[in-house]
Design a protein. Sequence first.
Length: 300
Amino acid sequence: MEEIEEMLRRRLGWNEIMMSNIMWRYIGINVDELITYGIDPHAWIKVLHRLTVNDTYMLGAAHGDVYVKPTMPCCYEISASTTSTMGVLYFEELMRRIRMPTVEFSTRRRTPTVIYVRFYVELSKKAWPWYEGYEIISSFNMDELRKYVSGLIDTDGSVTVDKQERKYKFEIDIASADTKFLEFLRDIIHERLGITGSIALGKKGVRSSVLRFRGYQAIQLYEELRQYLAHPMKRVRSEVFMRYYNKDMPQVDFLRFVELFKYHHGDSDPKRYHAADMLTQAAPQTYTHGGKPKSQNHCS
């Protein structure tokens, strides 16, 4: 894949900023309007480039939607799967921080028109430091905790802006089927960062429980995580709200962005179910590298 990237850079001027521009344009966002308000639409790439496999962000991702499973006595397969237009480039860049990923495409019987994109790498157990459970979080320093929570939110959390009565409320949620884990995380965040979250219990067999930060608590949490939160939509949605909250953005522009960022049901929303199309347009070298995975008998 490295050779294909080099060819694209030489012949077409391709780079990751161009990839990010294509992504934003695909979902109808004019990056120049974001830049006008001091919002860097490509900051997510810079955040991910600073990460390594040894950062606690990776454990947060593994406790979220990045799946780690043993494949042989000496190896793990680390993978992430998505149908999301925004998520596909995020996961591709995230997996690169571990190792150059293989990509495969698949459909499922219940949703035959939706293409799932899966990235995976094989890694020796010695090269993957994050086999611990969540109790290790107690030993993290402040910066390690911020990175961990950012990885968890980026992969398995949500950042929303909702209208409640006459105001718009900012909310950050972390979902998990393990309520004890959420209670543990809530207490650690309160103890270390002084930020209070609440837990909404999921109904059995219906949904996961959620650790929720609302209003000023969510604002405080984002300010703590700002330098590490990387998911492009979650990051930009947060930055837009912060400009509005600090009175640096008029309401008319804020409301327009809120509408553009909304996820709608159905195939007509370019933010949903277009992962494969997004990958072929914005990161063609990854698409070329993908396809049917080759069998591997070793990892390093």
